[in-house]
Design a protein around this ligand. Structure first.
Ligand code: FAD
Ligand code: PHB
Length: 420
């Protein structure tokens, strides 16, 4: 059997695993990343798009933002549509912080390129990944590479393998507590070759269900529709998708929506999940492997980046002087932010969506909450602080360390990869 040795074995080459590997290498800590899918697959997988300013700042500090700074679309507000009227929530004016639209697969491409240029060891197309001996000082990951068994021995294993990964399941029963909630609807998401119909995102609350207009570039729109929880994609031919989008975004009968060829489509279940603690002996979980949120508030990737920031600092401290303090405090430090993100995601989900069994009373309450948001500066500011990630920075006690001046529009501001 082929045996490799490293300091941190990272399972999963999504944003969490790749960013962890990159931050560790900047601080002189060795890692090997093993990924089940091919490089092409992870570079094309369409998911998140909204990066909080704190996430962008971290990517920039880590030398990963050259393309992001050129191509990312910086946003200062969004539009909320309900009751046939439109309202702007100017979050940058309220908080001093912006967001940036830049596809998750672009972040992944930038990370892989940087790891490859730095000689990072990334293994793609790896099967049968199994973390072993994580309760000892010599944890291992066993896997199969092109039909041959391989074992990677490290000091730690980082489980960055997403919600459907194996790492969490390798922990003995009873050692972790899970908290979860499933919503009675899903999001049908499309990527379309059409110029965005507006400069800013539109969150539309409609009696037929929620719709979101987002974008990835000046020529690519990203649109979402609330649909039933188990709706087959086959029930949604292109014409039906566009007709439903037109209905939900319509204002006073106006139907202004740029349309174009649909490049990809998927249905995402809306659920919440947290595992506590995010560590078992020498196995540390980060990102979607430890927690997921419904996509309504765009928190998943941003929370994953926040975990990785803590984890990279904790491993670095341990290798620098054997200090265990940050490692032991990892789970506690992350979970405060995770639950804050859970709460805001649940709030935004209930604010925006029509629930199948709800009565007229619930509908009226939602309308009152929406009106409050667009008429009370205090309510809008509290909302905006969560939306842009300022509330999380405050929670982490980091607020004093950074500037909170608004940014203007976009433009402000290198190994070996193995394919099995
Ligand atoms: P993942 O991206 O799931 O990566 C895990 C990796 O591990 C994958 O590459 C997987 O192939 C690999 N893996 C799994 N099992 C194994 C195994 N056994 N062996 C080896 N490798 C394995 N978040 C935001 O912040 N902003 C948004 O705008 C936003 N929008 C979203 C829209 C949608 C429709 C969806 C679905 C999600 C959205 N999210 C958003 C959430 C965001 O995409 C996730 O939180 C993010 O992908 C988490 O990154 P991760 O690296 O932790 O996990
Ligand atoms: C996205 O562009 O994917 C997106 C944007 C904002 C959200 C959720 C998803 O609230």
């Amino acid at each position: 059997m082929r045996r490799l040795r490293t300091q941190v074995v990272i399972v999963g080459a999504g944003p969490s695993g790749l960013l962890l590997s990159h931050l560790l290498s900047l601080r002189g800590v060795d890692s090997i990343v093993v990924e089940r899918r091919s490089r092409e697959y992870v570079e094309q997988r369409v998911r998140a798009g909204l990066l909080e300013q704190g996430t962008v700042d971290l990517l920039r500090q880590a030398g990963l933002a050259d393309r992001l700074d050129r191509e990312g679309l910086v946003h200062e507000g969004f539009e909320l549509r309900f009751d046939g009227s439109q309202h702007r929530l100017p979050f940058a004016e309220l908080t001093g912080w912006t967001t940036c639209m830049y596809g998750q697969q672009e972040v992944v491409k930038d990370l892989i390129k940087a790891r490859a240029a730095a000689g990072g060891q990334l293994y793609f197309g790896i099967e049968d990944v199994a973390p072993l001996d994580v309760e000892t000082d010599a944890p291992r990951v066993r896997c199969t590479v092109q039909g041959e068994p391989m074992e990677i021995i490290g000091d730690f294993v980082a489980g960055c393998d997403g919600f459907h990964g194996v790492c969490r399941h390798s922990v003995p029963t009873g050692a972790l507590t899970t908290y979860e909630h499933a919503y009675p609807f899903a999001w049908l998401g499309i990527l379309a070759s059409a110029a965005p119909s507006t400069e800013e995102l539109i969150y539309a609350v409609h009696e037929g269900g929620f719709a979101l207009h987002s974008m990835r570039s000046p020529t690519i729109s990203r649109l979402y529709l609330q649909v039933g929880p188990a709706e087959p994609l086959a029930d949604w031919p292109d014409d039906r998708i566009w007709a439903e989008l037109r209905t939900r975004f319509a204002l006073h009968g106006q139907e202004v929506l740029n349309e174009g060829p649909i490049l990809s489509r998927s249905v995402t279940a809306m659920r919440s999940f947290v595992v506590e603690p995010m560590q078992y002996r020498r196995l540390f979980l980060a990102g979607d492997a430890a927690h997921i949120v419904p996509p309504s508030a765009a928190k998943g990737l941003n929370l994953a980046v926040a975990d990785v920031r803590h984890l990279a600092a904790a491993f670095t401290a341990w290798y620098a002087d054997g200090s265990r303090e940050l490692l032991d405090g990892y789970s506690r430090a992350c979970l405060a932010a995770v639950w804050q993100g859970q709460e805001f995601s649940a709030f935004m989900t209930s604010l925006l969506h029509r629930f199948p069994a709800e009565d007229d009373y619930a509908v009226k309450l939602r309308q009152a909450r929406l009106r409050d948001l667009v008429t009370s500066r205090a309510a809008a500011t509290a909302f905006a602080e969560h939306y842009v990630g300022l509330a999380r920075a405050r929670l982490a006690g980091a607020i004093g360390e950074r500037q909170s001046s608004p940014r203007t529009r976009a433009g402000t501001a290198g190994g070996s990869t193995h394919q099995a």
